[in-house]
Design a protein around this ligand. Structure first.
Ligand SMILES: [Zn+2]
Ligand SMILES: [Zn+2]
Length: 157
């Protein structure tokens, strides 16, 4: 890939690679400032956008609509617990083969993919079971058959 990146874009790409974690644009901007890189926030946003379109970085939109950026080496997926908010990292990506398949079958150049799982973590499953909720609440539905007469109004001619 021919790269005609600007100095700022290179800087941001390198920073994402060395950070090796997901970071929001705002936080990346602060990080760059703290490390003596004088890049404006607008430039950070613009550079991230360019890098995204080049397929050089990946973007994930979190709950609440905040986009977090990371370098491409991070092929990681999370198991998000909806109860305690814990996000476990899956030890393996289950989509590697699929990605190749999409590339050939759909004639689509895949840059990266996202995959998130939501549910209950082990700890929260345990606490769910521990609840003193009665398991066998049988709902007794008494279907009362009311002897309603069919009021069929028959017209006798
Ligand atoms: Zn949990
Ligand atoms: Zn993956």
């Amino acid at each position: 890939m021919a790269s005609n990146r600007t100095r700022n874009q290179d800087q941001i790409l390198q920073t994402l690679q060395s950070l090796n974690r997901e970071i929001a644009a705002q936080d990346l901007y602060i990080y760059l400032q703290e490390n003596g890189h004088k890049i404006g926030l607008a430039t950070v946003y613009r550079s991230l956008d360019v890098l995204k379109q080049q397929g050089a970085i990946q973007v994930r939109t979190m709950e609440g609509g905040i986009s977090v950026y990371s370098s491409l080496q991070r092929d990681r997926h999370h198991l998000n617990c909806v109860k305690c908010g814990k996000a476990e990292v899956m030890d393996k990506c289950p989509l590697h083969d699929l990605e190749h398949k999409v590339s050939t079958d759909a004639d689509f150049k895949v840059y990266y993919h996202t995959l998130e799982f939501y549910g209950l973590c082990g700890t929260c499953q345990q606490s769910e079971k521990g609840d003193d909720r009665p398991q066998d609440t049988e709902v007794i539905t008494e279907s009362i058959k009311s002897g309603s007469h069919p009021h069929s109004s028959q017209h006798c001619c």
